[in-house]
Design a protein around this ligand. Structure first.
Ligand SMILES: Nc1ncnc2c1ncn2[C@@H]1O[C@H](COP(=O)(O)OP(=O)(O)OP(=O)(O)O)[C@@H](O)[C@H]1O
Ligand SMILES: [Mg+2]
Length: 247
């Protein structure tokens, strides 16, 4: 990877507070962060440390009070709401703990939806290949309620990746899954990363096993990245480094 390449996502001088007066919560003050192109990194941190808020800010779902967010080098903070929505469909994929699939349409249509909303024609061959890689071959016509939780989440991952975005943000994607389904999601994310080329993945998790699927972990505390370290794909290493930081 070239060193001076444009990052997949970056935040500079970001400030974000919720509420006002005595109920004011300042989550970020002059926060900076950079996710390299094609990287697979994770964010850990105590509940309330701002992990979800960070993903919402980077993806443009929530606007910052000040500072800038760039995705693929483009300043999303300067875009109108409509332009930001259009931009997100092409450049950002999202995976949520609760899957957020459209329950009334089948698997293939769920995956193709962001591309269709962008008024483009989905490449159905590419879609079939993606579902196949995610272990969902033969399930294209199923409705979401006809799938297990793990399968639903793999559909959500396919949907996030299908448009070939700059970055996929995943907020506790295994939060509702058992150990077996979690393992499978981790393996799939690694597989997607290894042959996914230039799409970066930023994953929020409390689980060291899941964080170890990423190459690098950032620990969020008091509105700053308190520490960053390489995982070496070792959950024990991740757990011990994380516990040290949180002492
Ligand atoms: N819409 C909101 N209105 C008011 N306060 C909010 C809002 N969203 C987040 N917060 C506050 O911002 C802080 C960070 O919340 P956030 O959801 O980002 O934490 P988190 O690290 O994702 O926690 P968890 O691990 O529990 O998901 C918390 O103090 C939370 O109460
Ligand atoms: Mg959260």
């Amino acid at each position: 990877m070239e060193r001076n390449e444009t990052p997949a996502a970056e935040a500079a001088g970001l400030c974000k507070a919720f509420g006002s007066g005595s109920s004011r919560t300042e989550v970020f003050k002059d926060f900076s962060f950079s996710l390299p192109r094609g990287a697979f990194e994770a964010v850990m941190g105590a509940s309330g440390s701002g992990k979800s808020t960070l993903l919402h800010l980077l993806s443009g779902f929530v606007s910052a009070d000040s500072g800038t967010v760039r995705v693929g080098g483009q300043d999303v903070t300067a875009m109108s709401d409509a332009a930001a929505t259009r931009f997100r469909r092409r450049h950002v994929g999202m995976v949520f703990q609760s899957y957020n699939l459209v329950e009334t349409i089948n698997v293939a249509d769920n995956v193709a939806l962001p591309v269709r909303l962008d008024r483009r024609k989905p490449d159905m061959q590419r879609l079939a290949a993606l579902l196949d890689k995610l272990g969902l071959a033969g399930k294209e016509r199923r409705l979401p309620h006809e799938l297990s939780g793990g399968e639903r989440q793999r559909v959500a991952i396919a949907r996030a990746l299908f448009a070939g975005p700059d970055v996929v943000f995943a907020d506790e994607p295994t939060g509702n899954l058992d150990a077996g389904a979690t393992r499978k999601i981790c393996d799939m994310l690694r597989l997607m990363h290894e042959d996914g080329g230039r799409t970066a993945i930023l994953l929020v998790t409390h689980d060291p096993v899941v964080a170890a699927a990423a190459d690098r972990v950032h620990v969020l505390r008091d509105g700053v990245v308190a520490e960053s370290f390489d995982t070496r794909h070792d959950p024990v290493l991740v757990a011990s480094r994380y516990m040290e930081t949180e002492k």
